[in-house]
Design a protein around this ligand. Structure first.
Ligand SMILES: C[S@@+](CC[C@H](N)C(=O)[O-])C[C@H]1O[C@@H](n2cnc3c(N)ncnc32)[C@H](O)[C@@H]1O
Length: 198
């Protein structure tokens, strides 16, 4: 991946270590058709996937309501006070725009702002890759999988998959197990990132 774009991704606020980001980029290169990400936040992972999308001649749709997950709210582990707007609510969208501007990826990355499951109810485009990195509690993580899985023709990537509960929450791991049961075949693993294909 282009070193300058890697530097933009690494400088962005967010939750994607560089080695996992590169693994995500590699997964994106396998996609045959548009890519879709649940969980934009400030656009860190969207740089890795957006570059892959552009190299594949397609686009990345990236979904977020931009008001943060539970663990990002004030008083929780991943709260960042600099993302709180004057009304006192998290708004990660300006940071996303800044990241895309720095990466020059506005042509390849399309923001879809809203609730992921609600958007899925109206979605009809087949996807070459789905990346699940939205809400991490078991119920909403599974809801994302169930809403979007029917649209995937190819690659499924899941972030924050921790087999051992002492390493992290179990939502993404339960989704991973369900995907395997549904016929997705594990292809690569890097840190907590799992890439599966079907
Ligand atoms: C872990 S962060 C994503 C991190 C990002 N992929 C990165 O590389 O830094 C999860 C994001 O999912 C979003 N989110 C949580 N539940 C959502 C939902 N139901 N619909 C849309 N976005 C949601 C939150 O607002 C938050 O920005």
């Amino acid at each position: 991946m282009d070193p300058e774009l890697r530097a933009v991704a690494e400088a962005a606020k967010g939750f994607m270590p560089p080695d996992e980001g590169l693994a995500l980029y590699e997964a994106g290169l396998l996609a045959d058709g548009p890519l879709l990400e649940i969980g934009t936040y400030c656009g860190k992972s969207a740089v890795y996937l957006g570059v892959a999308a552009r190299e594949r001649g397609t686009v990345l749709f990236t979904i977020d309501h931009h008001h943060g997950s539970e663990e990002m709210q004030a008083g929780w582990e991943h709260h960042d006070p600099s993302t709180v707007d004057p009304a006192g609510r998290i708004d990660s969208f300006p940071f996303f725009r800044e990241t895309m501007g720095a990466a020059g990826l506005q042509d390849a990355v399309i923001a879809v702002v809203g609730d992921s499951v609600k958007i899925a109810e109206h979605w009809t485009t087949p996807l070459g890759l789905l990346f699940i990195d939205g809400a991490h509690s078991p119920e909403p993580a599974m809801a994302d999988y169930e809403a979007w899985e029917p649209h995937v023709n190819g690659v499924l990537a899941i972030h924050d998959v921790f087999e051992d509960p002492t390493d992290g929450g179990q939502g993404p791991f339960l989704v991973y197990e369900r995907a395997v049961a549904d016929g997705f075949v594990p292809k690569t693993a890097c840190g907590s990132l799992r890439v599966l294909v079907r």
